[in-house]
Design a protein around this ligand. Structure first.
Ligand SMILES: *Cc1c(COP(=O)(O)O)cnc(C)c1O
Length: 388
């Protein structure tokens, strides 16, 4: 049986007519950049996420860059970022000649460790950039007070977490000062190319980032500040307008898939429960744990990725790929070990949880249209690997 890590075709096929019609409508209008389709999308995201302002932008990376420019990050400023994330989180900081300051992750959630954030604050710190990694919220009730006490901005990297909720059902991306989302095709809500979104409840920040999205121009050809081309296409917005109403169903399906994985791994004796952080004979596979729940919603994790951890991870990966199961390593090299950040002279032993995650984590297929048979085949194959 073949199990791809991600297959986008079933989702397209299910919405084909609507998507094709929406794209053709844009072609007929010949209105390609920003404009009514984009404004309509921004309004819909404000309603969905329950925030005041949203700006469609060119990518998740550009959302982060524009957010940092919007809060006025300059050369030499320090921005606190988790060391275990996708590269863009730290890359955008250095593109403004600011300094990324790395923080270790929580051993259970993989998210930035609030206690470690506190230790890294200096007079130069301007912002904290927490990442809601793999689709689960950061402990924002601990991050926000630290930021407030020290007069720092909080920029949420919610690229993997569109629709993720936190305690009392707040959507991530609306809890800090600015939220940044990505619509790269492999995210839970993907467009047909690159796209992103910025959210905020701060009117001044919104106005500033809106101007910066078009080279800092207002009125046209008069530049108060320096911005860039951070615009999203009408075509991408048209695709997102069709897809957004389905997002919650897709997230629910991902949760069901995660539940089935968990049940099967426990039945096979490969794991005792979710959230374990060390290996032993009863826990050869460490399973991800959803932390935030309520009575009505079983959990708030949207599983952009389903990450297990195993010893000798690369051997298991090779075995699964041989068995036609698509798996991936997110992320093999934390920022403090990246060659391009050698100049920061990080101390490797300061990041034990991130090093452990980078060395043991493996992403299994979790996309909504996966069948129960495919999930069973994945777990059976992993069981076979451990028992051979
Ligand atoms: C995907 C991703 C980004 C970048 O988004 P793009 O749209 O690919 O530019 C940033 N941060 C994280 C955590 C991501 O997963």
């Amino acid at each position: 049986m073949k199990v791809p890590l991600l297959d986008l075709k079933p989702q397209y096929n299910a919405l084909k007519q609507e998507l094709n019609d929406a794209m053709l409508k844009v072609a007929e209008s010949q209105y390609f950049i920003l404009g009514p389709e984009v404004e309509n999308m921004e309004k819909k995201f404000c309603e969905y996420l329950n925030c005041k302002y949203a700006l469609g932008v060119s990518s998740g990376t550009d959302a982060l860059l524009l957010a940092l420019m919007g809060i006025g990050i300059k050369a030499g400023d320090e921005v606190i970022v988790p060391t275990y994330s996708f590269f863009a989180t730290a890359g955008v900081v250095t593109r403004l000649n600011a300094v990324p300051v790395f923080v270790d992750c929580d051993p259970v959630t993989f998210n930035i460790l609030p206690s470690d954030v506190k230790k890294k604050i200096t007079k130069k710190t301007k912002a904290i950039l927490p990442v809601h990694l793999y689709g689960q919220s950061v402990e924002m009730d601990e991050i926000n007070p630290i930021a407030k006490e020290n007069n720092l901005f909080v920029i949420e990297d919610a690229a993997q977490a569109i629709g993720t909720q936190y305690k009392d059902r707040k959507f991530v991306g609306t809890i800090g000062d600015v939220g940044c989302f990505s619509f790269f095709p492999s995210k839970n809500l993907g467009c047909f190319g690159d796209g992103g979104l910025i959210t905020t409840n701060d009117e001044k920040l919104y106005e500033m980032m809106k101007i910066m999205r078009v080279h800092g121009s207002q009125p046209k050809y008069y530049h108060k500040v320096i911005g860039g081309n951070f615009r999203i296409d009408a075509l991408q917005s048209a695709v997102l307008n069709v897809k957004l109403p389905h997002l919650d169903n897709w997230s629910a399906k991902r949760r069901l898939n995660a539940e089935l994985y968990t049940k099967l791994f426990i039945e096979k004796g490969l794991s005792e429960e979710t959230g374990k952080i060390s290996f032993d004979s009863k826990n050869k596979v460490l399973l991800p744990k959803a932390i935030y729940k309520s009575d009505s919603v079983k959990n708030y994790h949207i599983y952009n990725q389903f990450i297990i951890r195993v010893e000798k991870r690369d051997q298991l990966r090779d075995f699964l790929i041989k068995n036609e199961i698509g798996v991936e390593i997110y992320y093999p090299v934390p920022f403090h070990r990246q060659e391009c950040f050698e100049y920061l002279n990080s101390v490797d032993s300061d990041y034990p949880n991130s090093n452990f995650a980078a060395e043991t984590s493996l992403a299994l297929p979790i996309f909504p249209e996966l069948t129960d048979e495919q999930i069973t085949y994945v777990v059976d194959s992993i069981s076979e690997y451990f028992n051979k």
